[in-house]
Write a protein that binds this ligand. Structure first.
Ligand code: IMP
Length: 214
């Protein structure tokens, strides 16, 4: 496992929600970070069929373009009753004809697919959010960190916090969806805290434990 020696990195993302969460997570570590969006890097095409492949594509593109280590996130919602969909295609389910993203529509698609299958009970609506963080260096070396959080798809979207599919994901053991949680409750995690809740915070904790700590 290669350690990260510098605290100057690129956050290899164009997704404002992810960039915000990663900024919150790296805050306590004194990183100086710019995002691929701020640096006007082109968004690479995500041609992989796994979270790991797509995370590597994004991190390597930013590492090579900047000459700095780059941290990417590839993530998605995996719904058991839908055979794992939308999975790596979670962002694609939100795409509209004019090339923008509509998450209200995407959440309706998930609901329609579940109701078409008669999946109405919580047990039939089990799902997980997955995040794979990839740290890539300009020489092509990569390290991956995977975080998952189990939960259910809520009967209807609730809450307007967070981003993407947060309003329909209710993590196991909670009465609220991610959309109803504060940023701190959903993805907050600081060194020394034993647990993190969100998939992204769980992946980040592994990154810290394996790549930052001596
Ligand atoms: P990608 O990783 O850029 O391919 O896209 C991931 C997709 O999953 C995006 O459409 C996000 O909106 C969605 N997603 C990933 N993480 C979260 C999250 O923490 N909350 C809500 N939606 C998420």
């Amino acid at each position: 496992m290669r350690k990260l020696e510098t605290r100057t990195i690129v956050v290899a993302s164009h997704n404002a929600g992810k960039i915000r969460e990663i900024a919150d997570l790296i805050g306590p570590f004194g990183f100086s970070a710019k995002s691929a969006a701020e640096l006007n890097f082109e968004e690479p095409e995500e041609t992989g069929t796994t979270f790991e492949e797509n995370a590597a594509i994004k991190a390597l593109a930013s590492a090579k373009a900047s000459g700095l280590p780059a941290l990417s996130d590839d993530s998605g919602l995996v719904v058991d009753a839908l055979g794992g969909d939308p999975g790596v295609y979670t962002a694609n389910w939100a795409e509209t004809a004019d090339g923008t993203r509509d998450f209200a529509m995407a959440m309706e698609k998930v609901e329609k697919a579940l109701s078409d299958r008669g999946a109405m009970t919580p047990a039939e609506r089990s799902a997980r959010f997955v995040s794979v963080l990839c740290l890539a260096w300009p020489d092509g070396h990569t390290e991956m960190f995977r975080g998952e959080v189990e939960g259910v798809i809520a009967e209807a979207p609730r809450g307007d916090q967070g981003f993407g599919y947060d309003p329909i994901f209710q993590p196991a053991g909670y009465e609220t969806t991610f959309g109803e949680m504060s940023a701190e409750e959903k993805h907050g995690w600081k060194p020394g805290e034993p647990e993190a809740l969100s998939h992204r915070a769980r992946a980040f904790k592994i990154f810290v434990e394996t790549c930052l700590e001596a």
